[in-house]
Design a protein around this ligand. Structure first.
Ligand code: URA
Length: 408
């Protein structure tokens, strides 16, 4: 049976619900070996899956753990997910904005994958911030302030944890059907009524081309339809790092600047406003344009910033204790010209080498390190101008400016 199933997928045929259930649950229970699961994952990666197979796999993932029920909380609960990128701090900005507009957000976030930092790691740079809330604590907090950002509980889609760990080491992460069922199973089990997915596309993302991003978008909406949940998607660029900073604590500080209205016009702020408007529109059932007016208003009148402080305080964080490394190094331009590219992947690798993410499970994250850009794509610079500041703690890694910046 095990070999028949692997062989069937190797030949590009469709697997039944029963076959997928047997195989994936067999792996979770330890009856199917890593190497057999790896073979099936690779066959899926190469030959793809039909929509029916993806719906079946999503159900098998959801059924492997708890399904949270937040029906006691009034209002339409929205959740969002980003497929991940360098400098992606959108959750920190948009969750308080949506709650300040009167929307209801239960956001379950994850840790970093590869070079990309996770929202939970960023929040842990705020001393004291609790990321392991129980269901009751989540319900209580959402009743009182309209939002929560917490980690996923161990019992939420345990199948994804074991399958993801194997995908990570068998080069099968980038399969569109596997990404769709992994993300959507967690979002559906997480109990939201409506879901917004920010699909990142570019060299710093899991999905590197528009074609695959469109396929993923269609598939996630179809899974949403199957489960009777509205799913909206936004496809956004991930060739350039998002915003002005990459790190952990330093990204929290940037999020605060945006919430205070200090950062007004860069592509990252525009993306946050777009995503927040979609979430407000979904949560309050108003048009996107009406939602956008509300979003801009709560940034201008500082309600969004106050909501962020309430969120941190409710989760026992002390924002005044957040510390950024005091050791700095300035990257200066070697050229005169216009910046045509800041390479997201290479920035991710640099910040990773500074210690902002884990190379091994037992590593400790250095929350104070990172990079802040002073010049962005499209800016004209002269030789010697400061392009960016690096915040480091231990040894400064070798920095190859030409790997990061391109000029025209
Ligand atoms: N994020 C997930 O949670 N799962 C994937 O498969 C890819 C990105």
């Amino acid at each position: 049976m095990i070999l028949d199933i692997i062989n069937k997928k190797r030949l590009g045929k469709e697997l039944t619900y029963k076959e997928l259930d047997f195989f994936f649950n067999g792996f979770l229970n330890g009856d199917i070996a890593d190497y057999q699961m790896s073979a099936l994952l690779m066959a899926i990666c190469i030959n793809g899956m039909s929509d029916e197979e993806v719906f079946a796999l999503t159900k098998i993932f959801i059924d492997s753990g708890d399904v949270l029920d937040f029906s006691d909380i009034p209002g339409i609960k929205v959740d969002k997910h980003s497929t991940g990128g360098i400098g992606d701090k959108t959750t920190l900005v948009i969750v308080p904005i949506v709650a300040a507009c009167g929307g209801t957000v239960i956001k379950m976030s994850g840790r970093g994958l590869g070079y990309t930092g996770g929202t939970i790691d960023k929040l842990e740079s705020i001393p004291g911030y609790k990321i392991n809330l129980t269901d009751n604590q989540i319900i209580k907090q959402v009743h009182s302030i309209g939002c929560v950002i917490t980690g996923q509980t161990a019992d939420l889609v345990p199948m994804d944890k074991v399958v993801y760990a194997l995908r990570d080491v068998t080069s099968t992460v980038s399969s569109i059907p596997l990404i769709a069922s992994s993300i959507m199973s967690k979002k559906i089990a997480g109990g939201a009524d409506k879901i917004l997915i920010d699909i990142k596309v570019g060299n710093g993302a899991l999905v590197t081309n528009r074609d695959d991003a469109n396929k993923l978008s269609r598939l996630m909406k179809e899974i949403g339809r199957f489960y009777n949940k509205e799913v909206r998607t936004v496809i956004s660029d991930m060739n350039t790092p998002l915003g002005l900073t990459v790190g952990n604590g330093i990204e929290v500080l940037e999020a605060i600047d945006i919430l205070k209205g200090k950062e007004k016009s860069n592509p990252f702020v525009d993306l946050c406003i777009e995503l927040a408007s979609d979430m407000v529109s979904m949560s309050l059932d108003v048009s996107f344009d009406e939602a956008k007016d509300m979003v801009i208003e709560v940034i201008e009148n500082k309600k969004a910033y106050k909501k962020f402080l309430e969120l941190v305080e409710n989760q026992k964080g002390d924002i005044n204790k957040l510390k950024i490394s005091e050791k700095t190094y300035k990257i200066k331009s070697l050229n005169n010209g216009c910046i045509s590219k800041i390479n997201a992947l290479n920035v991710g690798k640099l910040v990773f080498n500074l210690g902002a993410a884990k190379a091994h499970v037992d590593d400790k994250i250095d929350y104070g390190v990172g990079i802040k850009f002073h010049k962005l794509v499209g800016d004209n610079v002269k030789k010697g101008d400061v392009l960016a500041t690096i915040y480091y703690n231990k040894k400064l890694p070798e920095i190859n400016i030409e790997n990061i910046y391109k000029f025209e």
